[in-house]
Design a protein around this ligand. Sequence first.
Ligand code: ADP
Ligand code: MG
Length: 250
Amino acid sequence: MVKAEGVRKSFGAVEVLKGIDLEVAPREVFCVIGPSGSGKSTFLRCINHLEKINAGRLYVDGQLVGYRQQGNRLHELKDREVAEQRRDIGMVFQRFNLFPHMTALENVMEAPVQVKGETKSVARERAVRLLDRVGLADKAAGYPSQLSGGQQQRVAIARALAMEPKLMLFDEPTSALDPELVGDVLDVMRSLAEDGMTMIVVTHEMGFAREVGDSLVFMDDGVVVESGDPRQVLTRPRHERTKSFLSKVL
Ligand code: ADP
Ligand code: MG
């Protein structure tokens, strides 16, 4: 579903991704851990067209992200084609970024209506179903300011799912939450995983990575230091940098 080959990304003179190689299989829950500043968010943002890579190749579902290949040449995709690629990818951020002037239901309906031109009745029906799925059927008419952080994050997940993505990216989705609200969000992610959604999850929740993750990579300073089965990486890390990181967070 996702393949990175030698992906590099710089901001000015600072290289943030220094050659990322990895593969995410369909239906896989792929967890990413690593210290702050190691490039985790930047990597997710490259997958979702929020940043352009400087070198290497990045594929989602067999398609080059942002480019079309003709022979040996790469052509940048037009805005419309980029928008088409982005539709298939859902992203959930640390900060929920809901539209504050819209109810939970309206937040979930918005993209299918605006981006896909779906009728409101079809979008509403799906939104009701998705809010139920994230345990918020009774909050459909609530505004973000009336919801807890955990509830807002679950609305944000429902909103991403409304576009029926084939890939979901989670960037520290529980890091901004009070501890008692984390579990409900992780439960929603776990049920998504059980339904076979392909997910890349940047997280500090090692319990989630161990129990739900199919693969885990440890990133540090713009490279993948170590990858493998989450239980193996978390309990028997091979590299000193992984050991040192885990000793601080576990
Ligand atoms: P992580 O998510 O692992 O904490 P990030 O991908 O957010 O790491 O950031 C990696 C590095 O890239 C950091 O040093 C950060 O300051 C830098 N960086 C991220 N985005 C930008 C940007 N838009 N412009 C300049 N530097 C950036
Ligand atoms: Mg980050």
